[in-house]
Design a protein around this ligand. Sequence first.
Ligand SMILES: [Zn+2]
Ligand SMILES: [Zn+2]
Length: 220
Amino acid sequence: MAETIYTIPINEAFDKKEGCPLCALTETLEQNELTLILGASMMEPDVRIATNRLGFCPDHLEKMLDAKKKLPLALMLQSRLQELRGWLDESDSKKERLFAATADSCYICARIERYLSGMYENLFWLYSGDEAFREKVAAQKGYCLKHFSVLYTMSEKRLKSKERDRFRKALTATQKAYYDGLAKDVDSFTAMFDYRNAGAEWGDFRDAPERICEALGLRR
Ligand SMILES: [Zn+2]
Ligand SMILES: [Zn+2]
């Protein structure tokens, strides 16, 4: 049996029905990580070793700066800088190895990915046995491109053939309706720039470009 500890957050994310439920889950996990890293975990030696080695991606550096917890951030950056300074005294081959191994690494992204992989296992376990959850999946508004393809692909090995067919059909129907709605809105948006529509009223298609960027994976 898959782990069941993620059942509640998964159901909460799928209850929202606002946008990609996996992006909503990622958002929750990210908030938890940001709170931990600038709070309780910050002084833990194991965490410090990991943050020194892995560092942070530009996105999470920015979010940590925005969190306005400058002292914990400064303490962490202080020892990260010390670690990087140390790498400069290593041999060329070790330098290359160290920098190559951590070129795009991020402590927070790595933690989120680890939790998310548990979430995926739990999601398919739920789908296999919980009719209410199967109905929730069919009632989503849409998925971002990345999470759609991950769910679709993972279902190959995680679900038995009958459930997999139902899952993929539900996912595809959701995504078609989502794209069709966005296409209609962006058509209306671009039509507003036609001189024949000069003076026409803007409708709720005003933010079509933003919503398409979300469908492509932008989290706001
Ligand atoms: Zn997503
Ligand atoms: Zn990151």
